[in-house]
Every structure is written in structure tokens, then in C-alpha cells.
Design a protein around this ligand. Structure first.
Ligand SMILES: [Zn+2]
Length: 271
């Protein structure tokens, strides 16, 4: 019986040397073209590697007096003003999935694309941020900690409403530990288990991950990759670039930023 190896046409070094010089040149050109197409999946005609800002928000409300991290609170008026400023300056919010598909497959992306990400799962993200974004027909990206749903900070029906409004749900572990300090079993449970939980609860792909408190190392990245995530966001400051899909930078928006602070940050980062 013939094996695949027997029937497959083979080209050996001897065959190659036997070719005429012109044929060899054509062959070499074909190989170079094939290799560059493989090395540049975005295609040769147009590059699809523009960096994209990913804004990072937490609570959308005024900080209560004496709260531990007041900078994590952005006042509703400031948030609405920031979104209006973005729209007035030609920005257009997209999901991380859209950015990823643009980077990887060359899918179309608006010229001034921006991702509006929200961490953890706070009620104000659904009650305050979502209506503001919905007026602009913009999605948000929620980095959802499973415990935030289970402990009813953000009830599951609210998450379903966000999904219905076009929001993307990304994983942010179950209990929000520092992943660089937990053992392997816990690491896998937090990274992979949170994806399983969110997919079961909300029937969405959960293709992206966000490191709790921005804490990660090579071992954590490996777990995130093995769990099937396509990319992951950090708290490192800057624009997100396709060269580091598991270490995507973000732009933290603080309580003290207001509209001028957001504008300054984006203008200073503009490529
Ligand atoms: Zn978090």
C-alpha cells in the first residue's frame, strides 16, 4: 500500500540544483513571496498594525469621602463629557475583538478607533456608563470578575443588558487575586475557570483576559494563552499594539482627569 510519502511529489536539493538558473530564480522569488506572506498576515498592500488606545475605567460615580482609592472613581458628568469629547474629535468606540480582527485579519476599523474598558464589574458601569455609550451607539468592554456577579454587585441580568447593548465581556478571574503569587491549581482555576464560568453564564466567547491589578509574569501569560485567550490587557500605560497581544497597554482615566486630562493623555500618546 502506498503511503502519503510515496505519492507526494518531492523536491530535493538535488532536484533544485538541477533546475536551470532562471527556473531557480523564479522558484526563489516564489519562496520569498510565500514566506513574506506568512510572516506578514496583514498583507503586503496595506499594514493593519495601527496602535489603538484602550481607556481603563473603574467606578463611574463620585468618590465617597474617605474611600481608599478615590482616583478609581470618575464622576458621571466627567464620563459623559469625556465621551462627548471623543465623539467630537472623531473617535469611534469599538470592542477589543474588532481591534484584534483588524490586527490579525485586516478587518476594517474606524480611523480613530478606541476601546472603552471597564474593570471588575460595578453597578455604575451598567447604570451610568452604558446609557451614555448607548446614545453614541458605542460598545464598552467589561473586564468582569466572576465574583462581582455571584455576589450581586452587578447582577447577571445587568450583564445580559450590557451584552444586548453590544458590550464585550472579557475575563478578569473569579476572585481578583495577584496571579503572580498563587499556585498552579489556583492560577488555572482563576484564568481558565473564569472563562468557563462566564461562557456558561452569558453564552459569549470571552476571548480576552485582563490581569487583576495588572499583575502578571511569563508563567501567568502562559496560563492565559493555554486557556485559549487571544490577547490580554495590562495596566501599563500607553497605546495597545499588535506586537504584544498578551501585554496590551491601556490608558488609565483617573478621577482628577476630567475632560482636559483625557484630551491631554490622548493627544500626548497620538502616534
Ligand atoms: Zn480589577
Amino acid at each position: 500500500m502506498k503511503t502519503l510519502r510515496d505519492i507526494r511529489p518531492r523536491l530535493t536539493v538535488a532536484d533544485f540544483s538541477a533546475c536551470l538558473p532562471f527556473t531557480r530564480l523564479l522558484f526563489a522569488i516564489a519562496v520569498v513571496a510565500a514566506l513574506s506572506a506568512l510572516g506578514a498576515p496583514n498583507g503586503l498592500a496595506e499594514r493593519h498594525d495601527r496602535p489603538v488606545p484602550i481607556l481603563m475605567y473603574h467606578v463611574i460615580s463620585a468618590a465617597p469621602a474617605g474611600v481608599a482609592y478615590p482616583e478609581l472613581f470618575v464622576r458621571p458628568n466627567d464620563f459623559a463629557g469625556q465621551m462627548d469629547w471623543l465623539a467630537a474629535h472623531g473617535y469611534h468606540a469599538v470592542t477589543l475583538r474588532q481591534v484584534y480582527d483588524y490586527w490579525l485579519k485586516g478587518s476594517p476599523l474606524p480611523q480613530h478607533a478606541i476601546v472603552i474598558s471597564f474593570d471588575d464589574g460595578y453597578l455604575s458601569q451598567a447604570t451610568v456608563a452604558m446609557p451614555v455609550l448607548r446614545k453614541l451607539h458605542w460598545p464598552g468592554d467589561l473586564n468582569l470578575k466572576v465574583n462581582a456577579v455571584q455576589k450581586y454587585n452587578l447582577p447577571s441580568w445587568r450583564v445580559h443588558a450590557l451584552i444586548a447593548a453590544g458590550w464585550e465581556i472579557d475575563a478578569h478571574t473569579i476572585t481578583h487575586p495577584d496571579l503572580t503569587t498563587v499556585d498552579d491549581a489556583r492560577l488555572w482555576q482563576e484564568v481558565h475557570g473564569s472563562r468557563v464560568d462566564l461562557r456558561r453564564m452569558f453564552h459569549v466567547p470571552v476571548a480576552f483576559f485582563c490581569y487583576p491589578s495588572g499583575r502578571y509574569d511569563a508563567h501567568v501569560v502562559d496560563a492565559v494563552r493555554r486557556a485559549g485567550y487571544l490577547a490580554a490587557t495590562t495596566t501599563h500605560y500607553g497605546l495597545a499594539r499588535p506586537s504584544a497581544p498578551y501585554e496590551l497597554n491601556r490608558v488609565r482615566i483617573n478621577a482628577s482627569d476630567g475632560v482636559p486630562g483625557l484630551a491631554h493623555k490622548l493627544e500626548a500618546l497620538a502616534p
